[in-house]
Design a binder for this molecule. Structure first.
Ligand SMILES: NC(=O)c1ccc[n+]([C@@H]2O[C@H](COP(=O)([O-])OP(=O)(O)OC[C@H]3O[C@@H](n4cnc5c(N)ncnc54)[C@H](OP(=O)(O)O)[C@@H]3O)[C@@H](O)[C@H]2O)c1
Length: 351
């Protein structure tokens, strides 16, 4: 699928035919990319299916491999190493996923290839997911769903001695990762009166809107005892892996709610399951896991206080593609103009 017009010796390969319909490149977006293709460029929109899960695909299709040798720019879900090896002319790679932990091949830096990601693109649906999950436990919907399945008009859990209902504006949240997703979660929660503290790698850059304060990673321990809600929305890097240990979970106040929309390896899942089972924590809203799919043997499946979703908090098919299209077209323009691009991955920091 090459656009007409000569000479066109610069090639952008767009490899976004995800198997999952919610993530597959819509015709309207492919048409808009063709429309945006400038003189001197060709566009190849790969028809072969690819994988959009997690950090994206780890194996390129035969079709992608057959054209990548000519490509100056590549847009896909992730960046398989074999693809990089087959692409000697590559100068810019964009991942339609936000997580890049498995894309940081040393060859990128050695060859001076710019890597951009989709940080922030999933922020709004992730924030709506977090708000919904938090309210699920604050309002006792978890209890209501179980009682309804048994046709049981039991008010005791709501009004008896074990009642746990709280309003959002009674709560304080600690949001670990104050970027696109964490910042939007803070703004959404702040509207409801939640006092949000953020943890970011570079606290010297200040507190984004929605936060009453931000701390650096070394502020986690002091902040946890005040966190009625702990949200994990950081990327997986050497600085965040296993950040929330059993000891840190024990610093949370009794009845706290944990939300993880970042990556499973940010927290000790087994320790979390134990604290949910014992009733120390009110609930956990979990979209990401150490192993995905979450194994059938995981205790999290059976826990009344765990709300488990299969890595779908960022799903928002229409808006995702509106934002993605704008980002790709703008970065394509900046690449041609030699201007600094948006969402450049800091390969030292790992996100
Ligand atoms: N569940 C899903 O479907 C889904 C969808 C999209 C993304 N994600 C995950 O969410 C992550 C964040 O996405 P995003 O769009 O919000 O990315 P982002 O805009 O790049 O934000 C990342 C944030 O994490 C902070 N951070 C980095 N290292 C840290 C550390 N050691 N301790 C504490 N905070 C640290 C950054 O600090 P600075 O602001 O100081 O740089 C920044 O605030 C992605 O990397 C991905 O793993 C999940």
């Amino acid at each position: 699928m090459s656009d007409a017009g000569a000479p066109a010796d610069r090639l952008l390969v767009v490899d976004l035919a995800a198997r999952a319909p919610a993530w597959t490149l819509p015709d309207r977006v492919a048409a808009a990319l063709r429309e945006a293709c400038p003189a001197g460029w060709r566009l190849h929109v790969v028809a072969a299916p690819t994988v959009s899960d997690g950090d994206g695909s780890d194996r390129p299709s035969d079709e992608t491999l057959s054209v990548i040798g000519e490509a100056e720019a590549y847009v896909g879900f992730g960046l398989p190493r074999t693809l990089l090896a087959a692409a000697p002319r590559l100068k810019w790679v964009h991942s339609a996923a936000a997580g890049v932990a498995s894309l940081l091949h040393p060859e990128l830096r050695e060859r001076g290839i710019v890597l951009t990601n989709s940080a922030g693109v999933h922020a709004q649906p992730s924030a709506e997911y977090a708000r919904g999950g938090i309210l699920h436990f604050l309002r006792g919907f978890d209890v209501a769903v179980r009682r309804q399945a048994q046709a049981d008009w039991d008010r005791e859990p709501f009004v008896g001695a074990g009642h746990t209902a709280r309003e959002l504006d009674e709560c304080r949240a600690l949001v670990v990762g104050a970027g696109g997703i964490g910042g939007t979660i803070a703004r959404v929660l702040a509207v409801h009166g939640v006092r949000c503290t953020g943890i970011r790698r570079r606290p010297e850059l200040g507190a984004p809107e929605g936060f009453v304060a931000v701390l650096g990673p070394d502020g986690v321990d002091e902040a946890l005892p005040d966190a009625d809600i702990l949200v994990l929305s950081a990327p997986l890097t050497s600085g965040t892996r296993a950040l929330i240990t059993a000891e840190r979970l024990d610093r949370l106040p009794a009845g706290a709610i944990v939300v993880n929309v970042g990556r499973g390896a940010l927290l000790d899942e087994e320790a979390l399951a134990k604290r949910l089972a014992s009733g120390k924590l009110r609930g956990a809203v979990l979209d990401v896991f150490h192993t995905e799919p979450l194994p059938a043997a995981s205790p999290l499946w059976g826990l009344e206080r765990a709300l488990v979703t299969p890595h779908v908090s960022g799903v928002s098919p229409r808006r995702f593609w509106d934002r993605q299209l704008a980002l790709i077209v703008e970065n394509w323009r900046r690449h041609r103009a030699g201007e600094p691009m948006r969402n450049v991955v800091d390969q030292d920091a790992g996100y």
